[in-house]
Design a protein around this ligand. Structure first.
Ligand code: SF4
Ligand code: SF4
Length: 223
């Protein structure tokens, strides 16, 4: 899922001060799963913002709405009626949903309520860890299903950096496994350690974020 985190309350309040009627928009998919943009969170946040701003002398009306999916226009269009009654939109969807809302309600200022941070899984209640950074050229077939690009602090492609802790954790963060330690252990289980001797040449990042925005066309799906 796409993971996002709330912006600090003080930052949210600062960005809201110049408005009177604000729509807080959540999304019922990824940001609900990571507990920043679902119905419960948006309503709690609306109360906190209302009270916090009132204490500072700002009286703001908040309307809340949770879209089924903020990254699909057919759902975003459902805001049309509400949008005519508000003066700004604060979105708690990921950056994709935020941009679609901004595109569709071009006359309304779009205020980001969250920072979109990664593609992650929920390991435990309250703990999400990154699994992918959408590099555009997946190598999981060569690394036994473990991603060194997203999960090595240095993005190393040819084995560990030499700083791996004795317990197999990363030298950069004692709470995170060294992914190369895990890759090597999995290679041993598969009896295929020798496959890791292959040296990966420098990658082309053309198909990742570094290569500029992408258009993905599926002719079989085009009308
Ligand atoms: S290799 Fe690239 S696409 Fe595959 S999981 Fe890692 S970052 Fe994601
Ligand atoms: S210890 Fe492992 S995961 Fe951490 S930077 Fe070095 S190779 Fe990467």
């Amino acid at each position: 899922m796409i993971i996002a985190e709330w912006k600090p309350l003080s930052e949210l309040m600062t960005s809201l001060k110049s408005y009177k009627n604000v729509l807080l928009v959540g999304c019922a998919t990824c940001v609900t799963e990571c507990a920043v943009g679902g119905d419960r969170e948006i309503n709690i946040l609306a109360s906190s913002l209302r009270m916090g701003l009132k204490n500072k002398g700002y009286d703001i009306n908040f309307t809340t709405y949770i879209l089924e999916r903020a990254c699909e226009l057919r759902f975003v269009k459902k805001l049309t009626k509400i949008a005519s009654k508000i003066d700004s939109i604060m979105s708690f969807s990921c950056g994709i949903g935020m941009q679609l809302i901004a595109d569709h309600y071009i006359k309304k200022p779009l205020l980001p309520g969250v920072n979109t941070t990664s593609l992650a899984i929920r390991e435990l209640p309250g703990l999400w860890t990154t699994r992918c950074c959408a590099c555009g050229d997946c190598v999981l077939g060569e690394t036994f299903g473990l991603c060194p690009i997203a999960r090595c602090a240095k993005g190393l492609m040819n084995g560990p950096c030499g700083g791996t802790r004795k317990n197999g954790y990363c030298e950069i963060d004692a709470n995170i496994h060294c992914i190369w330690h895990l890759i090597i252990e999995r290679a041993k289980i598969r009896g295929n350690l020798s496959s890791l001797y292959k040296i990966h040449k420098p990658r082309s990042w053309d198909n990742s974020a570094h290569g500029g925005p992408k258009r993905i066309i599926r002719n079989d799906l085009c009308l």
